[in-house]
Structure formats: C-alpha cells, structure tokens
Design a protein around this ligand. Sequence first.
Ligand SMILES: [Fe+2]
Length: 210
Amino acid sequence: MFNEKELDALRDGIRVGMSEKRFRHTYEVEKMVVYLAGLYMPEKTDMLRAAALLHDVTKEFSTEEHIRILIERGVEVSEEDICSPKTLHARSAVALIPERYESFATDEVLSCVRWHTTGRSDMTLSEKLIYLADYIDLSRTFDDCVKLREAFMGAEPEKMSMEERLLHLDKILIMSFDMTMSGLLNDGLPISHYTVDARNSLICKKLLSR
Ligand SMILES: [Fe+2]
C-alpha cells in the first residue's frame, strides 16, 4: 500500500513543526504498531505505520486552533467537545490529513486516526491496534500505560492462537477504557460517550459469547 520511501518522507514531513517529545512518541507508536501488526494483521503493516505517523499531527495545536480548523471545514463542535479538549486533536487531524497528506488519506488511515483517543463502539481491528499502540508505546511512562503494556506483553500473545489473541486484545482494551474512565472520574472530567460505547460494546460481546 505505502512503500518504505513514502513512509520515510511522511516521517520527515510530520517531524516539521512537532516537538522532539511528540516526535519520539509518534516514532515509538509506529514501532509498536509494527509489533502489533505482526501479531494480528501483517498485511496491513504499512497502512498502520502511516496511521501511527499521522495520529498526533495536530496534538500540539491549541484548543482554539482545533476549533477553528473544524468550524472552517463545516464540522460541528459541541460544548462537550470543548470541555474535553484532549479529544479534539483526533478530529482536527482527520480534517487536515486529506489536505496536507493527501496520498495517505485512505478511509482506513482516517478511521484509525479518528478513533485513536476515545475508541468507539464496534472498533475495527486496525482501529484497536492504533489505539493500543498509542497507549503502550515505549515512550509512555505513566503507571497505567506501563501496567497495560505489561498486561498485554506479559501474557505472551505470540504463543496464543489467533482466537485467543483477539480475545486478549479485547480484554486489554477493556482494561484501558476502565483505567481511562477512572482517571477522568478522579479528576472530575467529562467522559466521552464514545469511550463508554467502546467499553460497553466489548463487554457485551464478551458476555454474549459465554
Ligand atoms: Fe499519541
């Protein structure tokens, strides 16, 4: 889908205007998603690498910039969005990628970027992999991230069958949503309904399969 040369050019492109810290995180997400793709969908490795490189392209913009980008493109911004500014960068990135990185703006790349922060109900496998890579990449040192990384890798998914591996991924994602939601509850911050939907859809799937 995308070759090495194109991905190298994209990596150089996104580095411009990004802090060293954000670039290091982005680069680590790319590496983590290569590992996850190897476990779950090797045929999508290049697409996932492009999504990893693009997922935080607007992360360092101000809340005002996110809102301006969205409003100028006719995307609705609600009060809830403004109260959860950390979720805005996924939407502003999706608005800008087709303009700035046109050749990478496939539906799959855009949906991975769109849902990497909150998750959503019935996430696709590629959306789950970018979401998880962003949570557990090696630049992350927060307790929850370290705990999740250890829970994912410690179970040795490479030794599992594909069926077990997919169940393991869902289990880890539920853990991540639980941790995100308790962090937001502790801090008195709003919880995106997309995160609630993401958690509920995975839990329902698990309960119904019993
Ligand atoms: Fe990120």
